[in-house]
Design a binder for this molecule. Sequence first.
Ligand SMILES: NC(=O)c1ccc[n+]([C@@H]2O[C@H](COP(=O)([O-])OP(=O)(O)OC[C@H]3O[C@@H](n4cnc5c(N)ncnc54)[C@H](OP(=O)(O)O)[C@@H]3O)[C@@H](O)[C@H]2O)c1
Length: 256
Amino acid sequence: MAQTRLDDSQYGMSSELRQVWPVFSEPLSDEQIVSALVVSSPNLRVNFVSSLNGATTHEGRSGGLSGDADKRHFELLRRVCDVVLVGAGTVRDEGYSAMRVSEESTHWRISNGLAPHPVFAIVSRSLQLDPRSPIFADAPTRPIIVTTEVAPPDRIATLSEVADVLIAGTRTLDCSKMRTELHARKLNNILCEGGPSLFGAMLQAEVVDELFLTVSSVLEGGREFRLVGGLLSEPVKLRLASVLVAQEGLLLRYQR
Ligand SMILES: NC(=O)c1ccc[n+]([C@@H]2O[C@H](COP(=O)([O-])OP(=O)(O)OC[C@H]3O[C@@H](n4cnc5c(N)ncnc54)[C@H](OP(=O)(O)O)[C@@H]3O)[C@@H](O)[C@H]2O)c1
């Protein structure tokens, strides 16, 4: 990666991204960003956007915190993954639809031996999910629902018609089993898009390899969701792997 000094006057397009750590770079192309995201070993990544003070929503949604650079990076993370894993709370609150990547991402995926679109995997204990939703009706690939043994059997039966149901855990979600079962389906690169409750459970279970955190240059008041839901038995230490800078804030990559 070419090394250069940063020059504020060069900040142009709002989706522009430059690396400032561990080395400075010129504005990065999609190809450069993607090549830094491709890894060969099975992995589980989590992607979030937050305010400077750790809020993950603005008026109930993450979109209010996200800018053009974050949206670009979000899509590139999807481009290289096999499965997008999301908690049902986020699916409901953010109004997720069928899991599809952009046309450009589809071309990249096909030419790199991946399915045209990632699989959509949704974590839910209650299974309060509408089987008629476009998530299932328009899905290019059959989605997966991850749940536990205490899920209502009638809902399991109904949702089994539109998705594969994966049972991981008895009363509480067994995140290690979830990860192992996803990898067993050849879904090696797992990208989790939240939310905070699911992230908290996965951190506690030590199944997270990387955190991609966009820190938007904004402070949120009120009682917005924080990045990690629930309690952790002890603080989780991460290693800073890279820092990208955009007009809207910082895109941080952390590894365990
Ligand atoms: N800033 C960001 O990048 C970002 C990313 C994601 C979400 N968010 C925001 O976060 C908020 C939602 O937070 P949240 O904590 O409720 O999200 P969440 O983790 O997506 O949803 C919680 C729900 O997902 C299921 N779930 C999650 N973890 C589970 C576990 N360990 N075991 C069993 N089921 C589990 C349960 O679904 P059931 O109720 O169906 O049983 C649970 O009620 C939304 O406002 C969303 O906009 C922000």
